[in-house]
Design a protein around this ligand. Structure first.
Ligand code: NAG
Ligand code: NAG
Ligand code: NAG
Ligand code: NAG
Ligand code: NAG
Ligand code: NAG
Ligand code: NAG
Ligand code: NAG
Ligand code: NAG
Length: 565
């Protein structure tokens, strides 16, 4: 691998050696495969493509490759739940990542034994973010044929620019710095689905109605209980007075009709890698523009008898990963505050990120210091702080928030829905599987609104709904139809409903969809396939089997039925 830079040298992190481009004029780069987005899916695709001797460019807007896993989400979703064991379904490159992590912790013996014994132990799959980042950097460095372009974003973030097509084929793409990348195959590995949109492939954002696909849990939710406020909280600036306006974080939206569609997306949050180790701790500081009234909802929640959650150690070396939601009550999720993000420009997204980072940092300070918080809450939060050895280039705060939702491709013939995993739903036949999926419906709140005069967090779905089962994902879910685009993969924006996407959106599954994209891209090139949709599945299957994919939803060790109750 080489760390490349398309046009200029400025802004390069000091650790990055020997960039190739010194010229300031815009450049044309040509590769077999161009991957847009250095997420889990993106770097997995790049590594797999390089191992197939394809030349590959990996384009990442930020200064780091790795996605949310290295921006706070060190507590992976593998073997993390009491009711099922999903490590058995993990894809080959995702497995390799976690084994490399174990190696970094000198823990390969326990890891290998655990793996061969089918031991369920979530700690085998958890890591500190700086360790994950370093593993990924070293891994990329081992692979020849990959050029990594940091601080390189698709022009227009999906809004009409950035893609040059000839017929239904992408010929080249343009970056914000006005460089061009041409390739035989393109892979959109952005969480937002930017390339998908720029290529003119049909997509959707938000929630379907129940009527659209007959999913019983679709649309607006009247009875959200998980991660719900446990006490009644008045939403108005002047208590009981609607005309005084709403307190911060509450949206002025009507509840609507149960099961109706809307454009709201699930909440983003920060995944915070904090520590309670005093020798490694940077205390929460008071932000310059700190205003405790931004956190009025926490004050009222506590006053009404609600309990604010506190961190616990879930990662090595006395660190935590704050998920965003609290099982019960008020967490750090930011429902309703990111709805403009998926289709926002790069600068609109950056501004939102900055605003929400300020809000989050202020909240940490507030919980540790504000007198409205009970003494135990303040004491507990005061034991925690930012970790000195994490996010060292960003004052120990994550450089990205958790983009849980973006654009999703919608095909008219194949769409993943909640039915795919529903136990009692008639088996959906899949003749071209690319992975076995074992993850439940998992949607964070979509809105914080007013219901019956109180604050209501609407839309969280977890451990609810019908019993479910492992299922097979069709290859066709990650490729557009030939009539839309012939040379694009969308591993992070598969054709799916709001509910269907939630089954697939965990990082290790993104890695596996990215890996499949690269294997299929190689076959498409080798066989001169007329489009990626038409890739010969038998050839792909042969390769997936040889690479160690599990493509059997009734394989030994997998549950046949998982209950949510
Ligand atoms: C890639 O190229 C190397 C060196 O030419 C060769 O040894 C290897 O077999 C090739 N791998 C594949 C998958 O074609
Ligand atoms: C792992 O072992 C190596 C070699 O013995 C040592 O240098 C390193 O500090 C160890 N790492 C950890 C995280 O224990
Ligand atoms: C795995 O099995 C071996 C042999 O039965 C045993 O010695 C070892 O303790 C087991 N390891 C774990 C992590 O369970
Ligand atoms: C919709 O789903 C329900 C079960 O949730 C089922 O009884 C009904 O037959 C389905 N309707 C259609 C049109 O598929
Ligand atoms: C919500 O729950 C209440 C009480 O259990 C029930 O009466 C109502 O029908 C539910 N509403 C919807 C839309 O599910
Ligand atoms: C790690 O956390 C435990 C439990 O909170 C605490 O007792 C211990 O002192 C911490 N270790 C360090 C080095 O801070
Ligand atoms: C606490 O932090 C110090 C300094 O970084 C480190 O040497 C030590 O290993 C840490 N201990 C734990 C339990 O995290
Ligand atoms: C694919 O196309 C190239 C260039 O047109 C040609 O050289 C090659 O033989 C073709 N390969 C196959 C398998 O059709
Ligand atoms: C899936 O695994 C089960 C259990 O080992 C086996 O009976 C079945 O034949 C396998 N199915 C396929 C399609 O390989």
């Amino acid at each position: 691998m080489r760390w490349a830079r398309a046009t200029t040298l400025c802004g390069l992190a000091s650790a990055i050696a020997s960039p190739l481009g010194l010229a300031l004029a815009s450049q044309n780069h040509d590769y077999d495969i161009v991957v847009v987005g250095g997420t889990s899916a993106g770097y997995a695709a790049a590594i797999q493509a390089a191992r197939l001797n394809r030349t590959v460019a990996l384009l990442e807007p930020s200064k780091h490759v790795g996605g949310i896993a290295i921006e706070g989400a060190g507590a992976s979703d593998i073997d993390s739940q009491s009711s099922f064991q999903n490590s058995l379904t993990i894809g080959p490159l995702a497995f390799e990542f976690y084994r490399r992590v174990a190696d970094r912790y000198n823990n390969t013996k326990a890891f290998d034994q655990g793996w061969s014994n089918h031991t369920k132990d979530k700690s085998l799959w958890r890591f500190e973010c700086h360790v994950g980042q370093s593993v990924i950097e070293d891994w990329l460095a081992e692979e020849k044929n990959i050029d990594v372009y940091l601080e390189t974003a698709l022009r227009g973030a999906g809004n009409g620019h950035g893609v040059f097509k000839s017929g239904e084929e992408i010929i080249k793409i343009e970056t914000e710095a006005r460089d061009f990348f041409s390739a035989r195959i393109f892979i959109d590995a952005t969480y937002e689905g930017d390339l998908l949109a720029a290529a003119g492939v049909p997509y959707t954002i938000g929630r379907e109605s129940i009527a659209a696909y007959n999913e019983s849990l679709a649309g607006i939710q009247f009875n959200t209980t998980f991660s719900q406020l446990t006490v009644d909280v008045d939403p108005y600036r002047v208590s009981g007075n609607p005309s005084s306006g709403l307190i911060p974080t509450v949206q002025d939206q009507a509840l609507g009709k149960a099961g109706d569609r809307d454009r709201n997306i699930q909440a983003f949050s920060w995944r915070l890698c904090l520590t309670n180790n005093v020798s490694n701790l940077v205390p929460f500081t008071r932000p310059a523009d700190y205003d405790p009234s931004h956190y009025e909802i926490y004050q009222r929640y506590v006053k009404a008898g609600g309990k604010v959650f506190t961190p616990s150690i879930v990662l090595p070396n006395n660190k935590t990963d704050i998920i965003g939601s609290a099982t019960e009550g008020l967490g750090f999720d930011m429902p309703g505050r990111t709805s403009e993000y998926p289709e926002g420009s790069h600068s609109q997204r950056a501004k939102l990120l900055e605003d929400l980072a300020r809000w989050q940092k202020g909240l940490l300070y507030f919980l540790a210091h504000d007198n409205s918080m009970p003494k135990e809450t303040r004491d507990e939060w005061s034991k925690w702080g930012y970790a000195q050895d994490e996010f060292v280039d960003n004052e120990h705060f994550p450089r990205a928030m958790y983009v849980r939702d973006g654009r999703r491709m919608i095909r008219d013939d194949i769409v993943v829905t909640s039915h795919n995993t529903e136990y009692s739903y008639p088996e959906i036949p899949v003749s071209d599987p690319i992975l076995t999926n074992l993850w439940p419906i998992d949607l964070h709140s979509t809105r914080r609104i007013v219901k019956d005069g109180h604050i209501y967090d609407e839309g969280f779905l977890w451990k609810q709904g019908p019993d479910w089962k492992p299922w097979l994902l069709s290859y066709q879910a990650i490729v557009p139809k030939s009539t839309m685009c012939k040379n694009l993969f969308v591993p992070t924006s598969p054709s799916s409903t709001h509910l269907g996407f939630s089954l697939l959106r965990v990082e290790h599954t993104f890695m596996t969809m990215g890996q499949v994209s690269a294997i299929a891209a190689d076959i498409a090139i080798k066989t001169n396939a007329s489009s990626v949709e038409k890739v010969n599945y038998d050839l792909l299957r042969e390769q997936l089997d040889a690479t160690g994919f599990l493509l059997n939803a009734t394989a030994d060790g997998l549950p046949s039925r998982v209950s949510n109750s």
